[in-house]
Design a protein around this ligand. Structure first.
Ligand SMILES: *Cc1c(COP(=O)(O)O)cnc(C)c1O
Length: 314
């Protein structure tokens, strides 16, 4: 079941007057359909982590996340499906009733521990990790958001899949960036071919540096060039920062769903497609070009979002 050949997601072409007018084509990789609970890029990021954990005969996965984290939800689900005990260290205090993300995680067996924001900031530090090893015993550690070398390997496979699905590789490869792990995988998979465009879901321009570092780390293992420059991260569409939004974003997502019957969520994919459409309107993509965007899933977050903000997402 961890063999991705069983989980090849469809590529769907979007039809819209704007695309015709600008003479560009837009393809969506429907990774939101990759698995019912282990959704989108989180499936790809977890795959080799789970295989490594199994090979090491580890029984427990431990990871970190915020209260609405897609990664926490996916890791909890993956633990249940693939037979691991799971522990989630969650930033902040436990608030009852739990939001839908955490309620689900707990329901499928994840042991939730709430840690202070200051401890959460220390999660990469050796001393802190030693402390949690003493507290929780043996576990396989998966970092926040799942981003590590195994995750990049899993995301790079997306490119191989597309190679088999389309007669030729699209010109522009677009994906949302949280930690940048998914984009790094796509960049590594393409290894210098075509253009890669990340859309940051967060405020700040740390992505350029973070992704360069990740690519540097994987360059030996994956035999990819260490000097790839066919990629960039756009920071114009974060709508104020992580999990922030403005009405035009929600309107866009609802219209997109009505027109294409594809659900987006407000944290990542809504901002991605808003950005792509805005760039198309502003003639960023030359006419005749093909644009490829990854729907990285994450739809589980909508329930919690609508509960907080009043069912604004259709
Ligand atoms: C986690 C997530 C991302 C961000 O992925 P990174 O690899 O951290 O950049 C994008 N989209 C969705 C839906 C996610 O859940």
């Amino acid at each position: 079941m961890l063999d991705s050949k069983n989980n090849i997601t469809p590529i769907q072409e979007i039809e819209a007057a704007l695309l015709q007018e600008k003479e560009v084509r837009l393809f969506i990789k429907r990774d939101d359909l990759i698995h019912p609970q282990v959704s989108g890029n989180k499936w790809r990021k977890l795959k080799y982590n789970l295989l490594t954990a199994k090979a090491q005969k580890q029984e427990t996965l431990l990871t970190f996340g915020g209260a609405f984290s897609n990664h926490i939800y996916a890791t909890a689900a993956a633990g249940k499906v693939f037979g691991f005990k799971t522990i989630g260290l969650i930033r902040g205090e436990r608030i009852e009733p739990l939001n839908p993300t955490l309620a689900y995680a707990e329901e499928v067996g994840m042991e939730l521990h709430f840690i202070t924001r200051s401890d959460y900031r220390k999660k990469e530090e050796v001393i802190y990790q030693k402390q949690i090893r003493e507290q929780f015993g043996a576990f396989f550690l998966i970092p926040e958001g799942g981003t590590n070398m195994s995750a990049i390997k899993g995301c790079a496979e997306l490119v191989e899949e597309v190679q088999e699905q389309l007669p030729e590789l699209p010109d522009y490869w677009c994906a949302s960036c949280g930690t940048g792990g998914t984009l790094s995988g796509i960049i590594a998979g393409l290894n210098g071919q075509k253009e890669v465009l990340g859309f940051s879901a967060l405020k700040g321009d740390f992505h350029q540096q973070d992704i360069s570092k990740l690519l540097h780390k994987v360059s030996d293992t994956f035999k990819v060039s260490d000097t790839l420059d066919n990629w960039q991260v756009n920071t114009d569409y974060h709508f104020g920062g992580y999990a922030k939004f403005k009405p035009p974003l929600i309107d866009f997502m609802n219209t997109f769903k009505k027109d294409n019957n594809i659900q987006l969520e407000p944290i990542y994919t809504g901002k991605l497609f808003y950005g792509i459409y805005d760039l198309i309107k502003n003639d960023y993509f030359p006419s005749g070009s093909s644009i490829f965007a990854v729907h990285t899933g994450g739809l589980q977050g909508i329930a919690g979002f609508n509960r907080r903000f009043g069912n604004i997402i259709m």
